[in-house]
Design a protein around this ligand. Sequence first.
Ligand code: PMP
Length: 359
Amino acid sequence: MKQWEKNIRKVVPYVPGEQPNKKDMIKLNTNENPYPPAPGVERVLREFNADMLRLYPDPTVSLLVEELAGSYGLNHDQVFVGVGSDDVLAMAFLTFFNAGKRLLFPDITYSFYPVWCDLYRIPYETQPLDDNFRIIKEDYYKENGGIVIANPNAPTSIYEELSVVEDIIRHNQDSIVIIDEAYVDFGGSSAVQLIPKYENLLVVQTFSKSRSMAGMRIGYGMGNPVLVKALNDVKYSFNSYTMNQTAILAGVEAVRDARYFGDCRNKIIKTRERAEDALRELGFTFLQSGANFLFAAHESIPAKEIFEALRNNNIYVRYFNLPRINNFLRITIGTDEEMDRLFAFLRQFTEKYSKNEKF
Ligand code: PMP
């Protein structure tokens, strides 16, 4: 190895779900929203002109920060925005977890957390979920350098009641606790309501799922002004202009249209309920979902085989070949039509499989 090579930072990167772009595919593998963003977003894009790109965007992103703050009943100094919640979480790890003590998070959760720990050299210790994939809150009573909980959790889809989340925050008032709520709009209560009570709480959300804007990359963190200032100080020490002009204007429109947001989320919850019935009939069991996806296992067919059969037929779901979860499929909730095609395929596949016929 060359001398200069020795000094290169070596990291094992996070690998996101594949992004195939095929005609007629059904894409249920990365928890995107099957519906378009609010109509106002479309209007902003139509009215956008190239000259609007000539100037730098507002580094404080005040239009979007104010809109978000208003919609959550917060002050503008309690909201931080970033390029997707991955960016917000990456900034938060860099800003908050410097105690040299171990960061705690569940053994089965968003697999980006250990990647940021390795990147920033933050020590961490995973806490096993119980046999039903639930958080054991007492595991988080020990000394730590911070805590991160995804609620609902990914990829399990399980939502823990706010009382569990609050118990963990209450027991850890000397650490910063991040609640990653990428999926909370699909059935859970947000920890945002706990912000006035706990100075050590940062709640992170995203426009990628419930607001149908994964391609725009907008995420935000909410917490007390000391946390938000610290995040902004680190962000301005890294890159002043992370939020581009298009994202700022489009994001504002998405937040303004509360009715569209509610309708869209209700449609997905309804389809999720239909999907649960249909999958149950086909011999699947799944964890109780509070998210826009189901985490499902079949009673007799290995998940990997179903995953591959689906993929060969242009239906993409997510499969994790990891201990404890390697017999599950993570299936994003699509439109009713997409889900019907999924069920039709699975009906044929499971019938043939049980007769030992080749598919
Ligand atoms: N948190 C969780 C739990 C997620 O599943 C995801 C989606 N991969 C994210 C955060 C990041 O989403 P985004 O960067 O698109 O906001």
